[in-house]
Design a protein around this ligand. Sequence first.
Ligand SMILES: [Fe+2]
Length: 393
Amino acid sequence: MDPDRIFPSFTIHTPRDIVFGRGKSALLPSLLPASVKRVLVVSGRHAAGAEAKTIADALTASGREVRIFAETMAEPSPGAVDTASAAVRAWGADAVVAIGGGSVIDTAKAAAALARLDGSCIEYFKGSRELNVTDRPFFAALPTTSGTGAEMTNNSVLTDPATMIKKSIRHPGMTADLAVVDPDLTMNCPRGVTVASGLDALVQAVEAFVSPKGTDYTRALSKAAACKLYGALKSLTLEPWKPAADPFMPDAGFRVDMAEGSMLAGMAFAHAGLGAVHGLAHPVGSLLHVPHGVSCAILMLPVFQFNMNVCGRLYGELAHAFLPKEDRPDAALFIAAMRELSLGLGVPDHLRDYALSEEHLPFIVANCRSNSMKNNPEPMSDEQVETLLRSLI
Ligand SMILES: [Fe+2]
């Protein structure tokens, strides 16, 4: 008998250095290796541009040559990665620094990984070339949203615009060398993005917590993450949001909890994997143009309900942690708490606003069998996928 089937067995891949805390992005010049001389800062066109400029100026002041690449896109394509990778090569960068949300970090991560490899990104995306990342520029990731956990993972989620297929390219060598998680970089994140990315992080924490691949290491991280994220997001529901009070500026404690929860969730799911919420969110998101966090938030309730028989004990454990006044771990309380949170944050409980219809079901069924779907604690048949989706029409 293989001992790995009886006893825990795992390998941990995380960024070599993880630096967390308010204001820590100012330390970036001293956190990069002294050998780094030319840096390509990758950022978004609009969001986080100011933060990227400040950090680029600090890197320049440290004696490095710095160029900013801001031609990134939401839901990045393999072609967008090729463009960024060409910029890494053209600049002769020995370090790539991503400052942005998940799309920016995933673009920069893949661009750095492919910068010294032959072939185009679509070949690795389609699997016609095998990805083996052994030599690439130093890669640092600084998230400006609290959600994707992309600073902790070894993959980039990409969408092929020709087929609308959304999936990852992945290799342990893609994991960042350095992650700097500075909650101050998220201070100006608008409310809609904060809620959507925060719910994505919460779903990632829950899916990692109940994952069949979970270990004591990942469950400790994902439970702590889920508690921080649930508590912070719940606080947003207690006070009605006033659009007139924009820009959205919650207190620093909220931003710190969200950033830490998102980071811990990323560390957990990077090893435990995700589940059917993410298996379905990718084809739903690419086909109907639903922001990732929103599709996760809408899909989570029916998927968690579907998993109830297998995950009841662990859901109950989360309910006990979320609601300390409840003296018994009750899975139904967990579902109710998540429903109340989602509705309280203004997330719809259906996909009608995104025009989900019967004709979309074959595409979603055909493209949902990712690693996340395979990792769902309760296997979901094609018929069960269709039934779940019909409940959201
Ligand atoms: Fe996600």
